[in-house]
Each structure stands twice: as structure tokens, then as C-alpha cells.
Design a protein around this ligand. Structure first.
Ligand SMILES: NC(=O)C1=CN([C@@H]2O[C@H](COP(=O)(O)OP(=O)(O)OC[C@H]3O[C@@H](n4cnc5c(N)ncnc54)[C@H](O)[C@@H]3O)[C@@H](O)[C@H]2O)C=CC1
Ligand SMILES: CC(=O)C(=O)O
Ligand SMILES: [Mg+2]
Length: 468
């Protein structure tokens, strides 16, 4: 399993007559822990209380370390906390007013009675909501918890930490107010109706972690029936960033997308959208593999998207499981599940293999295992180089769409976003560990925004006057 770097905070009461701090430090390092901070909480004549912040890479090492410290005479573990859980206490976002209300007169403007005039004006002309409410800069991040990261179906409450995380990123990276909404509803038609009912309050809808094939119908219907952008992030955000990464990786290995054999593993929301994007960008030889093997035109599938897939990919009618079809592939893109790609599979790929193992939180192959055998390696995670993750896209693409009041996010806007992300890295800086800009690169959001706005005007979906 790929390391996940948990940060623990151990509060220890240490009897100074029994123990030297060196003994504790030795236990930590013997258990592969990394002591990153020591805070003295209380210093007495006989005892000292200290908080030790320790990085550990897995649960087993953590348990060994805690047990060994517990076994020391004169040391009491008062408390163990996990920094990841600590940052989630009370949730990760809040709503703040844009002005303060300090007296009755101000109260009467923002609330009753004066607010009624604004309500009536919007009722007469609903387009005024764009200027007179939060709508113009508000995005709903909506999930039903049916495909949370690669964890599968979770309770809607359990999807909230991911949706809150997306909302934080919308705000921090693109100054968009995003509202996480997890629905206790499985039926696709009901989800469509709920999102439609919510839509008057928002300038855009970001659908997240909704399982396939339901996600396709839900998104398609909402796109048809609403006049604000509806964007299923796991499909399009992921595809846009993957294409950007592929464009730059191919510059490094000096191959042409048209000539490449590309294996996409996991033909769900992300896999199908990535494939469509690569086809639009010029790829001609893509083979999709899911649990039952390669998808071909000859098979009959219940899932209509797989029928489409078989008809539009796999020109050489390759069949069989991943270890078979990966033979001579130039690029592997995994959006399936953890640990399903083996070193033996990579060894069968063409020269200079490009491997994007994007399942979260654990990739299809751990980078430390794959690295000796690949030319370019990317994952979806923030703790390895080349983070190919939709976080690079959704803030910028919505910033652009909201700013020009786009009615939709179309293919031209998506392709423009891919190219903009790829172009953030100057060619002379490209290298195997830097094919995709980092999330905190300040150029990413402005470049995507600019390209997306331009594409929106060029395709007639921008509704703001160009000079505003
Ligand atoms: N790095 C990134 O930005 C993103 C990563 N992902 C990751 O990609 C994965 C898939 O996400 P979605 O497409 O939203 O899920 P999904 O549920 O729509 O699709 C997953 C597909 O993978 C297939 N699959 C599962 N195990 C497999 C195996 N052993 N071999 C072949 N296929 C297998 C499933 O049958 C399904 O068709 C998740 O781990 C998710 O975290 C998804 C979106 C963005
Ligand atoms: C990154 C993301 O959206 C996912 O793994 O589902
Ligand atoms: Mg997602």
C-alpha cells in the first residue's frame, strides 16, 4: 500500500527520573516514525509533559510505536490525536457576511422591511438575481456519496469531508463561494429534480463523486434543463488535467498522440470522459479495460456508454485482461482501483512508458514501485511529483465560466483549459517530475480562466457583454 503519511500528536507525561528523552526518540525512529515537532506543555521537578508530532507512514508502524512507548516505565500516553482529524473539527468552511449590521437602519436595508423591494424587483426580472444575490459567484458542489474518491459508495454524511475540501479549494484558488451539498437520495430522476430545485441560488453546479453510469444521465439532463454550467468534475475536470499531462509528457518522450497506443483502465465516469477528450485531441488507438477485460465492438453491454466505447475505440479489436492489452502501450491511464497494475505489465509497454496511476487515495501502482520502470509517472496525490488531479481544473474553469456568465461549459472551453494548464510549464522547464504545474502555481487559475472565457465568447455561450 502507498504510504499515506499520517501526522500524530502524542501527549506524553515523562518521569524524568526513569527516562531520558533519547529512549523515546529511539523508539520513534525504530518504528520508522519521523519526529517533526516537540512542544513542552508543562515542566515540573519530576515530570515533564510534551506533545510530540510524529509522521508515520502506516497504521502498523503507528501501533508498534505507540505500544513500545506505552511499555516504557515512567511514560504515560495522555492523549493521541491525528492531525488530519484535528483539521476537520467543526468542518472546513464557514459563511461570512459581506458587511456588518450595527444598527437598526442598516438592519432595515439588509433585512425587512427594505429587503422586500429587492425581492419584488427580482421577482419581476429573475435575471437581477445575478447581481443582487450571491448567485453570480456561487457554485453548488453536489454529491450523493455513490463513488467517493476510489472508496465506493459511502453515506452522504461521509462524502462531506471531500465536498468541503473541494469548496475550500474553490475559495482559496479562485475566490468562488462553493457550497457542499450531500444528498440522501439514490434515484437518478430524484437527484435531477433536487438539483433543478436548488439551481436558482447558484451560478454553477459541480457534480462530484456520483457513480457511473448514473452520472452521465444526471449530468446530461441537468445540462439540457438548466441555463447555468453543470460540470461533473470526475468526468471533465479529470479529463482536462489528464490531457494536459499527456500533452506535456509526450513533448518529453517526443511521441505523437496520433501514433500512441493508450490503455485506459477503469471505464467509469473518469475513464469515459478521459477517452472522449483524448479522441478529440487526436488520439486514434485507445483501448479501454474494465474488470472483465478490454471493451470491444463485438461484445454486448448493458451499459450504453460501454457500447459507445466499443464502437469508438480499440481499432485493432484487442481482447483480454490488462496484462494482455498493455503490450506495447505507450501510455497507461488508470482511473480504476488500487494496486491493479504490476511491474511485469509496465515491462511490456513500449519504450519510455508513461504511467498515470490516478485512483485515489491509493493508485493503481505505487510510484515507488513503478518509478524504476517508467519514464514519466503521475498520480492523483499531493505527496508525489506530477499530481494529475481535477483540483488543477475546477477552480479555473468555473472562474472563467462565472466571469463571462457562460450558459454551459462546452468542449471548446474544456480543450482550451487543457492547453492552458499544459502551457503553464515553459518547455525548457519540462522534466519527468514536472509535466504538470502544481496546485499552488499562481498562474494556473488565471491562465485557465483567460482561455476558457475566450473559448466561451468564440462559441457564443458567454452572456456577459465582452467589455464588462
Ligand atoms: N486523480 C483525479 O483527479 C481523479 C481520480 N479519480 C479516481 O479514479 C477512480 C475512478 O473514479 P470514477 O471514474 O469516478 O469511478 P467510477 O465508479 O465511475 O468508475 C470506476 C471504474 O473502474 C472499474 N474498475 C474497478 N476495479 C477495476 C479493476 N480491478 N480493473 C479494471 N477496472 C476496474 C469499475 O468497474 C468502474 O467502471 C477512483 O479511484 C477515483 O478516486 C477520479 C476522478 C479524478
Ligand atoms: C480527485 C477526485 O475528484 C476523485 O478522486 O474523485
Ligand atoms: Mg471526485
Amino acid at each position: 500500500m502507498t504510504q499515506s503519511n499520517m501526522h500524530l500528536i502524542l501527549r506524553l507525561e515523562i518521569n524524568k527520573n526513569h527516562n531520558s528523552f533519547g529512549e523515546i526518540a529511539t523508539i520513534i525512529s525504530d518504528s520508522k516514525g519521523d519526529l517533526t515537532a516537540i512542544d513542552v506543555i508543562k515542566e515540573g521537578a519530576e515530570t515533564t509533559i510534551r506533545d510530540l508530532t510524529i509522521k508515520v507512514s502506516n497504521k502498523e508502524d503507528q501501533e508498534t510505536m505507540v505500544q513500545s512507548i506505552n511499555d516504557l516505565d515512567g511514560v504515560t500516553i495522555q492523549h493521541i490525536s491525528d492531525r488530519t482529524f484535528l483539521v476537520h473539527l467543526g468542518g472546513k468552511i464557514e459563511v461570512r457576511p459581506t458587511l456588518s449590521i450595527d444598527n437598526r437602519e442598516e438592519l432595515s436595508h439588509v433585512y425587512t422591511p427594505e429587503v422586500a423591494r429587492v425581492c419584488k424587483a427580482i421577482d419581476e426580472d429573475p435575471s437581477l438575481a445575478h447581481n443582487l444575490t450571491i448567485k453570480r459567484n456561487a457554485v453548488a458542489v453536489i454529491s450523493d456519496g455513490s463513488a467517493v474518491l476510489g472508496l465506493g459508495k459511502l453515506k452522504p454524511e461521509a462524502a462531506m469531508p471531500v465536498m468541503e475540501g473541494k469548496a475550500m479549494l474553490f475559495k482559496q484558488l479562485a475566490d468562488i463561494n462553493a457550497y457542499p451539498l450531500c444528498l440522501d437520495e439514490e434515484n437518478a430522476e430524484n437527484i435531477i429534480q433536487i438539483v433543478k430545485s436548488l439551481s436558482p441560488s447558484f451560478g454553477g453546479i459541480n457534480l462530484e463523486d456520483i457513480s457511473s453510469p448514473r452520472c452521465f444521465e444526471i449530468e446530461e439532463r441537468l445540462k439540457e434543463e438548466l441555463d447555468i454550467p453543470v460540470f461533473h468534475d470526475d468526468q471533465h475536470g479529470t479529463a482536462i488535467v489528464v490531457l494536459a499531462g499527456v500533452i506535456n509528457a509526450l513533448k518529453l518522450v517526443k511521441k505523437d498522440l496520433k501514433q500512441c497506443k493508450i490503455v485506459v483502465c477503469g471505464i467509469g465516469a473518469a475513464g469515459i470522459s478521459i477517452t472522449k477528450m483524448l479522441l478529440k485531441a487526436g488520439a486514434e488507438n485507445i483501448i479501454g479495460v474494465d474488470k472483465e477485460g478490454a471493451i470491444t465492438k463485438e461484445e454486448h453491454y448493458e451499459n450504453p456508454m460501454w457500447t459507445w466505447y466499443g464502437e469508438n475505440t480499440n481499432p485493432n479489436r484487442e481482447t483480454g485482461p490488462l496484462p494482455t492489452v498493455i503490450q506495447d502501450a505507450d501510455i497507461f491511464i488508470g482511473v480504476a482501483a488500487a494496486n491493479i497494475l504490476q511491474v511485469e505489465d509496465i515491462k511490456k509497454m513500449a519504450e519510455d512508458p508513461i504511467v498515470f496511476a490516478l485512483a485515489n487515495p491509493d493508485p493503481e501502482i505505487a510510484p515507488e514501485v513503478a518509478n524504476p520502470y517508467v519514464r514519466v509517472m503521475a498520480t492523483g496525490r499531493s505527496d508525489f511529483p506530477n499530481q494529475v488531479n481535477n483540483v488543477l481544473c475546477f477552480p479555473g474553469i468555473f472562474r472563467g465560466a462565472l466571469d463571462c456568465k457562460a450558459s454551459t461549459i462546452n468542449d471548446e472551453m474544456k480543450l482550451a483549459a487543457s492547453k492552458a494548464i499544459a502551457d503553464v510549464i515553459p518547455e525548457d522547464e519540462l522534466n519527468e517530475d514536472y509535466i504538470i504545474p502544481g496546485v499552488f502555481n499562481k498562474n494556473v487559475v488565471p491562465k485557465i480562466k483567460e482561455a476558457v472565457v475566450e473559448a466561451a465568447y468564440a462559441t457564443g455561450v458567454a452572456r456577459n457583454k465582452k467589455d464588462i
